[in-house]
Design a protein around this ligand. Sequence first.
Ligand SMILES: [Zn+2]
Ligand SMILES: [Zn+2]
Length: 262
Amino acid sequence: KGDKDEIIREINIRLAGFGGNVPTDEFTERTENMIKQFQRDYMQVKETGVVDMNVIKAIDEFQEEYAISNTIWLQLKCRCSAKKCNGFGNGLGKNTSPEQSNPYEYPGLHRSLLFGFCAINFYLGRQNVYRVREVSSGYRCSQHPQGKTTSNHRGKALDIQFNKGTWEIRLRKYKNIEPLKYIRDNFFVTYLNAQRKWSNINLFTTEPIGLNPDDSIIDKKHTYSWIHMDVRTFEKQYLLDEYFCTDATTLNKEKLITLINK
Ligand SMILES: [Zn+2]
Ligand SMILES: [Zn+2]
């Protein structure tokens, strides 16, 4: 604990979905807890919180097993009409604080966010009721139809839709709320340590979920057929351009075993 190294940063990014973490190069208490959760849940070995070669190999294996498919990559890209950007904005806007209203088009999607998504798929895979159906919205540049009103989606957020068995949870229906809250509480909160609103720094956050019983909206700050997950509360040093990626190569980078042997 306390050690600093680029390899540690990579572990903090790649295992971010196991309890939540920021892309620091330091081995922190969160790193230790994350390794323990990964050993317990993914590796199914005795938890030590120590990074040995088995952990390194298992992280490489996890990345391959839960790799983001080409279908999902297409869904992650900006869907602005007339292709105003190549999928991940044009780097427009000044990079300001707070993130809530930061207009900057980050150069891709945050790697920790995407590895969080990979972990969600892993945890959902341990049961057979709930499944990710699609990412209904990933990147939204300033030219995107909804791009004006939300800056979180300029690289820091995903909207994810789910199936419960054969039921597609979609449209503006009050009956969606219960299963969505179930997924949030039993997967995002339990395993990613996500918070339910943007109260604290350096955590994954899900947007509040809710709808009135007559299917009318509460306000624009509640989701009702999807789960919005973001890294908006990450401090600025964890939102550097270099932590954003645009494809499988820039997300995954080299295998950890390769990095270690360099
Ligand atoms: Zn666009
Ligand atoms: Zn969203």
